[in-house]
Design a protein. Structure first.
Length: 138
């Protein structure tokens, strides 16, 4: 969700793996490993996106950025509309949305993003409302 093309995705993946490797000695085990990894990945992705945004204006994500893994079928129109709407969210809103879609609890989302649980809940409700509006308009 944070990259325009395949090459950027691969670069971001390598950056995240490198940051995980560098950060592992500092991991204290206060949270689940997956929560710690997700936090590093999201922070790395947002930092990279902000750096790129300063360099040049974003032209938008290509269709490949939101391909849904499917066995032998294409996503239906509603799912496609939802992913188009998600592309219009801010970096933090996309992160919250992806964590929610990955079944993370409010507590885990709060840990990953450095927010309070109530703030996560508030933002998630706001995101839901915005997505409903974007999907119905779009």
């Amino acid at each position: 969700m944070y990259c325009n093309n395949k090459e950027d995705k691969e670069d971001l993946f390598q950056d995240i793996v490198l940051q995980l490797w560098r950060s592992f000695p500092a991991f204290k085990g206060d949270s689940k490993v997956s929560t710690w990894m997700y936090r590093i990945a999201i922070n790395n992705a947002i930092t990279r996106l902000r750096k790129e945004t300063r360099k040049e204006k974003f032209t938008g994500l290509d269709d490949e950025a939101f391909l849904i893994a499917a066995a032998d079928h294409t996503p239906d129109e509603n799912i496609a509309k939802m992913y188009e709407a998600i592309k219009k969210l801010s970096e933090v809103e996309r992160a919250i949305t992806m964590l929610y879609m990955d079944d993370y609890s409010y507590k885990e989302m709060a840990e990953i993003l450095g927010l309070s649980e109530s703030n996560v809940g508030f933002k998630l409700n706001k995101i839901r409302t915005r997505l409903r509006t974007l999907v119905n308009i779009g």
